[in-house]
Every structure is written in structure tokens, then in C-alpha cells.
Design a binder for this molecule. Structure first.
Ligand code: NOJ
Length: 525
């Protein structure tokens, strides 16, 4: 079995994990300082959200140099040190790669601004003349996923209003033109750059983007088109699916050609078993499996379970469908309950259900992603609007609060905010009530969420790695499956459920009955 197929992968959002130098923002040396903690948690790999050079208009997903480290996070030597120190502890490293767009501060974009229209420099992005008498109407009517128009008009070097460039996200994130071979060559260079430094895999941002069709056509529903990835819509599957199903800039067939080329590059590293996991939002779900064909990427994120209500019908359907889909391609599923873009699971479904869900997904085949702080049962952070930094908040003029709540830094120790995260002022405020969630406190409390994850990851290694497929035992109200020697039961109902068997681990204190919103692992001897 290859390392990533069953790995427990911990997502570090570097800005929020741990600050080593007192500037209020987490950094790579902070991650190094947290490695002992991660090792004892029992994870197999770390996925690092971007730490590259960035003006940080979108939490580092606006990259101005993908082959260098932003000073706020440290330097290249720190990154190399982190990779080395992780490997020393048998922890693999997955880094983010952001191919849909660069930052406007990337040298390519700056060169494009200074070059004439139709130039080679502009051809790396999507620059077009506007419509109307004097080009004052954007080339099409698309909206940005973060709100507002998807086009920004530039000033030409003579000071006059000129061409427009496309940005499906913030105006600081110009979309790259993947029809241009220079773009492919540059990304190959970036992949090799990090592979030479020892990374073991990549998380591909907006992997279903990149290829754009019908750029000269207006869309019948420009609002809807861009809303497909917004938080409120994501939580509403029917609406989301309708919006994703036909979208000129997502999930176009041409994107697969790109990944086939990347796959050749990954495979050229032979027994290092380099992997790539795709962030994709596609519809219908069968489209997702195209990304994990044998000559493409290795895995895609499964957001259906992450966004699912705590209802047996939805959970059963989402999990069983995912398993069927990936099996058909001979691929491996992924499971996650939280990430830096969504409400934290403890807030979304409540802390009891979050503990129960953790046990339910941690026993499934495939890899499992744990977002930093999730193991502590951390809720979404609250803050004043004046603290917000997410471009979604600004571009929707405050209609949407954005994702900052999921990015509030981790509480480590002590009695008061910022709870050992930094010796300075944290970039987002930690709640004064978070004392109970600190790593220090949860290590002491035997029933804490942290100790539940530690035990679960240990048992997972011992009993579940390579345990094969699951067999469903019960698919309504109380969900249950068998995997290897372990029986997993999740109670999504409002009444207690009597069970018998030897308990390996339970999400709550139990005695022969499973209360609502709890789960148990039983062992067959
Ligand atoms: C998905 C990332 O997870 C998110 O944080 C980012 O804003 C967008 N892609 C754009 O890069």
C-alpha cells in the first residue's frame, strides 16, 4: 500500500498554526516547533496551505512568486528545514499549488501591465479589449466568485483606460491562460522546484478551473455562475449542483490534458510515490472521477460529507456514493470535516456530533484530512467586522462575512488570549473563552477532543490500515459499517441505541447504549 492511500493528513494553515517570532502571524518555524505535537497526535502527513511570496490579499492564495517563501512565513532555508524535520519524524509533506491564478504582484503580471496589447506578456493572462464605444464594457458579464465583476480594466502605460483582465477570484488574482505553453513550463518548474526540496505531494487549488470556454459570451445568470462556490450556496446542494453543472470556467474537458502532463512529471520521481490531491467542485459527481483516472491525479477532495447535514440519509448517500465512484476508477477516497474555507465542523453540526463524525469518518478506507484546530473541537471564531480580512467580506460589501472565522489562530496554552499562539498581537483575535480548547488543557483532560483524535489515530493505524472495504450493517437512523475487525456505529437519531460488543473507542462516555449524536468503535475478537 502506498503511503497516501490511507494517510491521516493534517492541514496546517501556516498563518494560524503557531507564531515563532512574535509578529502575530504563524510561520514555518512555528510549524517546526509544533512537529512534536503533530507526531504525538499520530498523523502521517502535513498539507501546508501556501507560504509563498504573496501580498496576502487572499490568505496567500495570491502568489507573487511560487518558488520563494514570503518573509512573513520565514525563508527557503526554513521550508527546507521543515521538510527535513518532518521526514525525520516520518511525516510526509504536501504543499499547495495554485495554478488558476497568480497575484497581480507576480513579475509576469507587472510585465504584462507595461507591455502593449497582443504582446507575449499579456498572452500569459486573459487580457481583452472591452466592448462599447470606448471599450468601457467588460468583455463578458461574468461575476467573480468572491463577488463583484470578474474583470478589471487597466491603465495603459500612456495613462489611458485600456484592456480588461479576467479574475475569477479577487482583482488581485489574475487568471492564467493555460492555452499558453509558457504557463505549463513555468508550473512544471515550480513542481520540480519543490520536489527537489523533498516534498511528497501537492494539493491543487481550484483544480477544476484553469481552462475557460466561451470567454466572449455573456452568461444568462452571471450572479448564479459566480455564486456556485460561495459559502451559503455550498451548503445548499440542490442550488450548488445546478450552478456547477454548466459553467464555462469550471470542469472543462481540456483540464485533463494538463494533469496528464503533470502526472508524467510526478511519476518520473519513481519510488518517491509523489501524489496530488485536487480541490474540485464538479457536477454531476461522476465528473469527479475523471480527475483520478490512472494517468491523472491521485485523489480529489470529497466536500459532500464536509457539507452534509448530520442526517443518516445524507451521510449514507454521500459516503456510499463516494466509495462507489472512486472504486469504479480504482482510486482512493478522501474525507474531511473542515478546512480553511468553511465553517468549522464543531460549529456547523455542534460539538457532540463533530466528535461522533470524527469517529465515523476516521475508520473509513482512504485518507482523512484534519484541519488544524479540528482535533481540539475548536468552534468557528467570532470577531468584529473591523477585524475581518477575507476579500469575500469586502467584495460582497459585507453581505457575506467570509472565511476569517475558520482561520482564527490555534490556542496552545495558558489562561488568556492569545493562548500561547504568539507573544505579540494575533492577526485575528482568539476568543477569551478558549482556555478549555488549548492543547495544554486538552492533553490533561482524558475525555477531550484532542485525546479522542489521538486514540482514534492510534487505533486506526493498528486495526484499520489496509483493512479493506466496508460492509454496511445499517443505513437508516443509526448508521453502521464493518471494516476488518472493527464495527462502527453512529447514532444520528434522537433516542439512545442499545448495542453489545467490546468497545475499542467511543466519542462519549457510554455503557451499552449509544446516546444521540455519538459513535462507537467495537472490536470483533
Ligand atoms: C480555494 C482556496 O482553498 C481558497 O482559500 C482560495 O481563496 C481560492 N481557492 C482561490 O485561490
Amino acid at each position: 500500500m502506498v503511503w497516501w492511500q490511507n494517510a491521516a493528513i493534517y492541514q496546517v494553515y501556516p498563518r494560524s498554526f503557531r507564531d515563532s517570532n512574535g509578529d502575530g502571524e504563524g510561520d514555518l518555524n512555528g510549524v517546526i516547533a509544533g512537529l512534536d505535537y503533530l507526531e504525538s497526535l499520530g498523523i502521517d502527513a502535513i498539507w501546508l496551505s501556501p507560504f509563498y511570496k504573496t501580498p496576502n490579499k487572499d490568505g496567500g492564495y495570491d502568489v507573487s512568486n511560487p518558488r520563494d517563501v514570503d518573509p512573513r512565513f520565514g525563508n527557503l532555508a526554513d521550508a527546507e528545514n521543515l521538510i527535513r524535520e518532518s521526514h525525520r519524524r516520518n511525516i510526509k509533506i504536501i504543499v499547495d499549488i495554485v495554478p488558476n491564478h497568480f497575484s497581480t504582484e507576480h513579475s509576469w503580471f507587472q510585465e504584462a501591465l507595461n507591455a502593449p496589447s497582443q504582446s507575449q506578456e499579456r498572452a500569459r493572462f486573459h487580457f481583452y479589449d472591452g466592448r462599447g464605444e470606448s471599450g468601457e464594457i467588460p468583455p463578458n458579464n461574468w461575476n467573480s466568485i468572491f463577488g463583484g465583476p470578474a474583470w478589471t480594466r487597466i491603465k495603459e502605460s500612456n495613462g489611458e483606460a485600456g484592456q480588461w483582465y479576467l479574475h475569477l477570484f479577487d482583482s488581485s488574482q489574475p487568471d492564467l491562460n493555460w492555452d499558453n505553453t509558457e504557463v505549463m513550463e513555468d508550473f512544471k518548474k515550480t513542481l520540480r522546484f519543490w520536489l527537489q526540496r523533498g516534498v511528497d505531494g501537492f494539493r491543487i487549488d481550484v483544480a477544476h478551473g484553469l481552462v475557460i470556454e466561451d470567454i466572449h459570451k455573456d452568461h444568462a445568470d452571471p450572479e448564479g455562475l459566480s455564486a456556485a462556490l460561495r459559502l451559503d450556496v455550498l451548503m445548499d446542494p440542490a442550488k450548488r449542483n445546478e450552478l456547477l453543472a454548466s459553467n464555462p470556467f469550471f470542469d472543462r474537458d481540456g483540464v485533463h490534458e494538463i494533469y496528464r502532463k503533470w502526472r508524467k512529471l510526478f511519476d518520473s520521481y519513481g519510488d518517491r510515490d509523489i501524489m496530488a490531491v485536487a480541490e474540485i467542485w464538479v457536477q454531476p459527481p461522476t465528473r469527479a472521477t475523471l480527475y483520478v483516472r490512472a494517468d491523472e491525479l491521485h485523489q480529489f477532495f470529497n466536500f459532500d460529507v464536509m457539507n452534509s447535514p448530520f442526517e443518516s440519509k445524507d451521510l449514507y448517500e454521500n459516503i456510499s456514493n463516494t466509495l462507489k465512484l472512486v472504486q469504479a476508477e480504482n482510486a482512493w477516497p478522501t474525507w474531511c470535516l473542515s478546512n480553511h474555507d468553511c465553517e468549522r465542523v464543531a460549529s456547523r453540526i455542534g460539538s457532540d456530533a463533530a466528535r461522533a463524525m470524527a469517529l465515523f469518518v476516521l475508520a473509513l478506507p482512504g485518507s482523512t484530512y484534519i484541519y488544524n484546530g479540528q482535533e481540539l473541537g475548536l468552534p468557528t471564531g467570532e470577531m468584529a467586522d473591523s477585524d475581518r480580512q477575507d476579500p469575500i467580506y469586502f467584495r460582497t460589501k459585507g453581505d457575506e462575512k467570509g472565511r476569517d472565522g475558520a482561520r482564527v489562530p490555534m490556542p496552545w496554552s495558558g489562561e488568556s488570549s492569545p493562548f500561547g499562539f504568539t507573544s505579540g498581537k494575533p492577526w485575528l483575535p482568539l476568543q477569551s473563552t478558549w482556555r478549555e480548547y488549548t492543547v495544554e488543557n486538552e492533553l490533561k483532560e482524558s475525555d477531550s477532543s484532542l485525546n479522542l483524535y489521538r486514540k482514534a489515530l492510534r487505533i486506526r493505524k493498528e486495526y484499520l490500515k489496509g483493512a479493506g472495504e466496508i460492509t454496511w450493517l445499517s443505513t437508516e437512523g443509526v448508521l453502521s459499517y464493518q471494516r476488518g475487525k472493527v464495527t462502527v456505529i453512529l447514532n444520528t437519531t434522537y433516542t439512545s441505541f442499545p448495542f453489545s460488543g467490546e468497545v475499542l473507542l467511543s466519542s462519549h462516555k457510554i455503557q451499552n447504549t449509544l446516546p444521540p449524536k455519538s459513535a462507537v468503535w467495537l472490536i470483533k475478537n
